[in-house]
Design a protein around this ligand. Structure first.
Ligand code: C5P
Length: 255
């Protein structure tokens, strides 16, 4: 008797779901139609999706809602940084969209971080929905030692990043965006449950683009990172589905 293809597909998807997708695809498109054309080809069990400022400014929440409807985890990467009340309200609005992860700047300070955390927790409870992961940006990787000195900080960017990561953890945030280089120290300091989310990832053999300190997905996960953010190596690949499958394979996740 001929086997139906469905059970094999279902089994494969179950494997991926159990593995908790490690890859977050950065959808850095201005045109939501182009983004959704790619999303239509991806499997929510194989990756999460990141929507940033450009597409959100162009298209608003509609593409985010469509991605969530299709079963994707969405990381809304808007990096809120404002007075506590404003950030709390923005976090509540993002939580009502049903996103899986959102972020704020740790440099907004303790009151802002606590307001953000409380707002996300309260809003999710009101919706009887899972609480989104709230993560912090510490020091933008575009800032070097002279930049941080110029804005008035006397410590090195690395030491400010560690200080801000500790503050975020102390305020009850779920994790930080960090480089794979910082991951082992953050993991040691902040413990097993603290989420480390890492961009600047390039599979072996792919173009560095404008990233400087690049790390492979395997090396990032081995250094203690929970989720890798990958854009162009997937979105600009001749076959994005295959590029993602290869990355998942390299992480030991069935594709
Ligand atoms: O295409 P690529 O893989 O370089 O995309 C990486 C994504 O991660 C982009 O959306 C970029 O804005 C984001 N990001 C980064 N470096 C940081 C923080 C965020 O590349 N330090």
């Amino acid at each position: 008797m001929a086997m139906s293809p469905e059970p094999a597909t279902a089994a494969r998807r179950t494997d991926l779901t159990q593995a908790d997708p490690k890859v977050i695809v950065a959808l850095d498109f201005a045109d939501p139609t182009q983004a959704m054309a790619l999303v239509d080809r991806l499997d929510p069990a194989a990756c999460a999706l990141k929507v940033g400022k450009e597409m959100f400014v162009v298209a608003g929440p509609d593409p985010v809602l469509r991605m969530i409807e299709r079963g994707f985890r969405v990381f809304l990467d808007l990096k809120f940084h404002d007075i506590p009340n404003t950030v709390a309200r923005a976090c509540a609005a993002a939580t009502r969209l049903g996103v899986w992860m959102l972020n704020v700047h740790a440099a907004g300070g303790r009151a802002m971080l606590v307001a953000a955390r409380d707002s996300v927790t309260r809003t999710a409870a009101e919706r009887s929905a899972p609480r989104p992961l709230l993560i912090a940006v510490t020091v933008l990787t575009s800032l070097g030692a002279s930049d941080v000195a110029e804005i008035g900080f006397s410590e090195t960017p690395e030491s400010i990043a560690l200080r801000l990561a500790r503050l975020a953890a102390d305020c009850g945030l779920d994790g930080v965006v960090c480089s794979a280089v910082e991951a082992p120290a953050l993991r040691r300091t902040l413990g097993a449950g603290f989420k480390l989310v890492t961009p600047g990832i390039r599979p072996a053999g792919s173009a560095a683009d404008d990233q400087s300190r690049i790390v492979t997905p395997e090396a990032a996960i081995a250094s203690g990172v929970d989720y890798v953010v990958i854009g162009r190596p997937i979105t600009q690949a001749a076959d994005p589905v295959d590029a993602l499958a290869r990355i998942n394979n390299s992480l030991g996740i069935a594709a």
